[in-house]
Write a protein that binds this ligand. Structure first.
Ligand code: SF4
Ligand code: SF4
Ligand code: SF4
Length: 345
């Protein structure tokens, strides 16, 4: 890609041929309001909020317009301000505006854009009728869909298609009745959705939100323990409880993506019935023991059952290195090749 220089609001910035104006702006730390754009997805040009004026005459959407050497872009031209404000007014015309009790309050792209374009309550009077009244889809055990807060940006649809290759959701119905739904507009739990939550984390509003919502007080980086892939996670912690999991975008293994288990299956960590100590069978009953006692017992039993009396079943939840050690131990110490792995069953 050849380097080019463009000017945005009087600032000369470097870019690369093939970039869009929005990408060039973002790469240089400049904000152009947008709602349907996401760095993980192909530009769609749906929301029309990212309009700019090019070379003092042409209004264009910056997420679709490629940069050209010497291009002069204005994001603050009065015509641009009028067009994008009007677009945002239409987008929020039937929005619930329950920000104070909304789980995205303070972390909502719609709020951010509305603030940036200078939306005032009085601006909405000419469009605002009533809040869109549609039943929420609470069929999924991990997240819910609030159609009233959906701005039809299509990020969820493109995430499910471009990233997950599942295509569980799409736009259904037409015109003002349009909404995000499944094939036949059935509850999402009855669709082919795999509950990965990738659409939920990219939704710019609270239209898609996790069912379990507790604000963490701090984050701890870790590795998901469910399988051998080793996805990077950020654990949301409050007190001594884990209250949420996010994918770690800085981790090269998963780049922030997670499956349903890694993203939503964390409740076992704090579960009161979780085993905290080994159990040893005594007089037919399983009773809690200390680790030394349990390990001594295992070593004693192992020494009594070497060779073909012994079999090992390794686990997908441990590291490759630990699995290697198990097979080495089974073959070299226990003297048998009878070893298998749960991921193969
Ligand atoms: S989705 Fe955003 S704008 Fe809508 S109620 Fe929630 S915080 Fe407010
Ligand atoms: S949770 Fe995953 S599979 Fe389900 S609709 Fe969203 S992206 Fe698609
Ligand atoms: S549910 Fe969220 S991501 Fe999907 S179209 Fe609506 S606002 Fe956009």
């Amino acid at each position: 890609m050849n380097p080019v220089t463009i000017t945005i609001d009087g600032l000369a910035i470097p870019a690369q041929e093939g970039m869009t104006i929005l990408q060039a702006a973002q790469a240089n730390g400049l904000y152009i309001p947008n709602l349907c754009n996401h760095p993980d997805l192909d530009p769609a040009g749906l929301c029309r909020v990212c309009v700019v004026k090019i070379d003092d005459w042409k209004i264009a959407i910056s997420c679709k317009q490629p940069v050209k050497e010497g291009m002069v872009v204005s994001t603050e031209d009065p015509e641009v301000q009028r067009v994008r404000k009007n677009t945002v007014e239409l987008l929020v015309a039937n929005h619930p505006m329950t920000c104070l009790t909304c789980e995205r309050d303070g972390n909502c792209e719609l709020q951010r854009v509305a603030r940036y374009v200078g939306l005032e309550p009085t601006d909405l009077n000419r469009y605002r009728r009533s809040v869109r009244s549609l039943p929420m889809d609470r069929s999924n055990p991990f997240f819910e869909i609030d159609h009233a807060k959906c701005i039809l940006c299509g990020i969820c649809v493109r995430t499910c298609d471009e990233i997950q290759n599942i295509n569980a959701i799409d736009f259904v119905k037409r015109g003002v009745a349009s909404l995000i739904g499944t094939m036949g507009n059935k509850p999402i739990a009855e669709s082919r959705c795999e509950s990965c939550g990738e659409c939920v984390v990219r939704c710019p509003t609270a239209a898609l939100s996790p069912r379990h919502r507790v604000q963490p007080m701090r984050e701890v980086k870790s590795i998901c323990s469910y399988c051998g892939v080793g996805c990077g996670i950020r654990l949301g912690v409050r007190g001594d409880q884990i209250v949420g999991v996010q994918g770690d975008r800085e981790n090269p293994v998963n780049g922030g993506s997670l499956c349903v288990k890694g993203r939503f299956g964390y409740h076992f960590i704090n579960h009161p019935e979780r085993l905290q100590k080994p159990l040893v069978r005594k007089d037919g009953e399983l009773v809690e023991a200390e680790w030394d006692e349990a390990l001594d017992l295992i070593a004693e039993k192992f020494s009594q059952h070497k060779g073909e009396q012994f079999a090992a079943l390794a686990s997908a939840r441990i590291t490759n290195e630990d699995n290697y050690l198990i097979q080495k131990f089974t073959r070299a110490v226990m003297g048998t090749n009878t070893i298998d792995h749960c991921a193969r069953l």
